[in-house]
Write a protein that binds this ligand. Structure first.
Ligand SMILES: [Zn+2]
Length: 153
C-alpha cells in the first residue's frame, strides 16, 4: 500500500506528490490501485495541519484517479489523535470536503460484518481487503468515497 503510485517517466514507485523523487518528473503519477491509504497521524501534525494535508491530498487524489481513501486519523478521548479525528469528522459533517467526497463512512459505524459494512462493499468491492482493519469498528479510521457528485447540505 506504500507503493500505490508509479512514475510514468522512470517507472519507479513514488508517492502522489508533485515531483518524482527519483527523476524529478512532474507528470501525474500512475495510480496502481483506486484506493489510497492516507495516514493523517504521520508526524503528529496539529488538527489544522492534518485538515490541510487532507485538503491537498483530496485534490491530488481526484487528479490521479483515486476512488476511495482509507483515512487513518487515530482516536482517543484526549491527545492529538483524538483532535484530528474530531476535526475530520466535523469537517465532513459540515460538508467541508463535499466537492470531492461523495460519501464517508466512519470506522465505528462500519464494523466488520455490519449492514453498513456490506452496503459499503456492494458500492466498492475493491475495499474488501482494506476493511479487514475495521474488524471491531475501528474508530481510528474513516472511509471516503470520492466522486464527481456533490453532496447537498
Ligand atoms: Zn520518475
Amino acid at each position: 500500500m506504500t507503493r500505490s503510485f508509479e512514475c510514468p517517466q522512470c517507472g519507479n514507485p513514488r508517492g502522489m506528490g508533485d515531483l518524482c523523487p527519483q527523476c524529478g518528473s512532474d507528470e501525474l503519477p500512475v495510480a496502481l490501485s483506486d484506493t489510497l491509504v492516507l495516514n493523517l497521524k504521520f508526524d503528529s501534525p496539529s488538527a489544522e495541519e492534518a485538515l490541510e494535508r487532507l485538503t491537498v491530498a483530496l485534490r491530488r487524489a481526484s487528479e490521479v484517479g483515486i476512488k476511495a481513501i482509507i483515512l487513518i486519523h487515530g482516536y482517543g478521548a484526549s491527545g492529538e489523535g483524538g483532535r484530528i479525528k474530531w476535526a475530520v469528522h466535523n469537517a465532513l459533517e459540515n460538508n467541508y470536503f463535499a466537492d470531492r467526497v461523495d460519501e464517508y463512512h466512519f470506522g465505528e459505524q462500519t464494523a466488520y460484518g455490519s449492514e453498513a459494512y456490506h452496503a459499503l462493499l456492494r458500492r466498492r468491492p475493491s475495499l474488501k481487503g482494506y476493511l479487514k482493519h475495521f474488524k471491531e469498528g475501528n474508530a481510528g479510521m474513516t472511509v471516503l468515497l470520492l466522486g464527481s457528485v456533490s453532496r447537498i447540505a
